[in-house]
Design a protein around this ligand. Structure first.
Ligand code: GNR
Ligand code: NI
Length: 169
C-alpha cells in the first residue's frame, strides 16, 4: 500500500479529461487500493484518479460513518438525473480549506464497473449522490470552484498559490 500525492488547485493537470479504463486488472486494483488508502488518510469521502494525476475514469468513494465501506466506480456513466436539485456545501481535497455551495441533482442513477470488472447499477441520493457527481466532474477535468463566481474563484486561486509557495519554502 502507498499514499499518493493529491494535486492542488490551480494545478492545470486537474483539468485533464480522463480516458475510459480499458482493462480491470491487478495493476488497476493496486491503484484502487492506494487511492482508498489516500482517501482515508486525508479524511475524504471520495477521490477521483484525476486528483492523483492518473487520467483514467476511476473513482473511489466511502460515505459511511464507519469509514469501512469503500466503493469503486470504474467508467461511471450517469443514466438519469432528477430535475429536482439542491445546493449543498462542498469541499475538495484538491482545494484545501475552501467550502462553498454547489447545486446538484437530488437523485441520480449510474452504471459503472466494480473492482472485478463487473457492471452494476446504482441509485444514489443525499451525500452519495453529491459525492458521485463531484467525482465525475473531476474525471471531466472540472473542479467544484468552477461553479463559483469568477471573483470567488480568483480569490481562491490567489490564496492557494500563496499557501503553496509558502509550504515549499
Ligand atoms: O472529502 C470530500 N468531501 C466532500 C464534501 C462535500 C461534497 C463533496 C465532497 S468530495 C471531497 C473529497 C474530494 O475532493 N473528492 O474529489
Ligand atoms: Ni474533489
Amino acid at each position: 500500500m502507498a499514499l499518493l500525492t493529491i494535486l492542488c488547485y490551480p494545478d492545470p493537470r486537474l483539468h485533464t479529461v480522463a480516458e475510459p479504463v480499458a482493462q480491470v486488472d491487478d495493476s488497476l486494483r493496486t491503484l484502487i487500493d492506494d487511492m482508498i488508502e489516500t482517501m482515508y488518510d486525508s479524511n475524504g469521502v471520495g477521490l477521483a484518479a484525476t486528483q492523483v494525476n492518473v487520467h483514467q475514469r476511476l473513482v473511489v468513494i466511502d460515505v459511511s460513518e464507519t469509514r469501512d465501506q469503500p466503493m469503486t466506480l470504474i467508467n461511471p456513466e450517469i443514466e438519469w438525473a432528477s430535475d429536482e436539485s439542491h445546493t449543498n456545501e462542498e469541499g475538495c481535497l484538491s482545494v484545501p480549506g475552501v467550502y462553498d455551495q454547489v447545486e446538484r441533482a437530488d437523485l441520480i442513477r449510474i452504471k459503472a464497473l466494480d473492482r472485478n470488472g463487473k457492471s452494476f447499477k446504482l441509485e444514489a441520493e443525499g451525500m452519495l449522490s453529491v459525492c458521485i457527481q463531484h467525482e465525475m466532474d473531476h474525471l471531466m477535468g472540472k473542479v467544484f470552484v468552477e461553479y463559483l463566481s469568477p471573483l470567488k474563484r480568483n480569490r481562491i486561486r490567489t490564496k492557494l498559490l500563496k499557501s503553496q509557495r509558502e509550504s515549499i519554502r
